[in-house]
Write a new protein. Sequence first.
Length: 282
Amino acid sequence: MQIGKPFFINLACTGVIPTKAMNAHVPLSHDEIVADVAQALALGVQMVHLHARDGDGIQTADPQPYGRLIEAIRALPGGRELIVCVTTSGRQDASFAARSRVLDLDGDARPDMASLTLSSMNFAQSASINSPDTIRRLAERMRARRIKPELEVFDTGMANFARVLLKEGLLEAPLYVNVLLGNMAGAQADLLQLAAILAALPDDCIVGVAGLGRFQLAANGLGLLAADGVRVGLEDNLWFDQQRTRPADNTALIKRVVAQAALLERPLISARALRQTMGIAC
């Protein structure tokens, strides 16, 4: 039980799939994403997981919009300490060449972290293809660029692969892990299934728990009870209520998890302290 321990929030504000037609609050443009991140910073969020979209609102692997986003976020009050993570998602293009481009950003545009999904899997209407070779090559490039992997774990098999990569020297402790619950082909938002994943992870992991769709509220509760933090945002969940009568927005989702944490007397950790814990320099 983590009652009383400071926790973190990882904001996944946009994602690959959500559109304005699904939820008008989804931030798609540069200015919309920066505005949502600014509100998150004011609420004490310490980490943000970014997806950039092109002019048609489609997920892009082009590093330029990511660089502009990172520079604009770092110019916000408190933005220098915020941990900024970019996606290397293969949902649109599974090739290493496309997915690794964002890792070459430099200067103020350089990300602190980048996502690394540890296996292939099915979602409700599409597949995420992550071959072992691509995972290893992305991990190797992140290590060379001093970008910390944001390990995406949906089941115990992915947790075990983190152990393999650690043994191979492609990862360095402490590891950062997102445990994502509620996908139809992965672990569910159940304490027993979360416990199995936590037991399968290597030692010295910093763990945030996320829930997909209607499972976000329950998963955030599990994360506050059993992990170091939570992931929230419109990437994972478009509705505020279980009956799907109220569209969510990123600010409301952040405020809700802060209220949950208050009941467990879990204060927010500072972004600077989280950086120190994770071994990420300012």
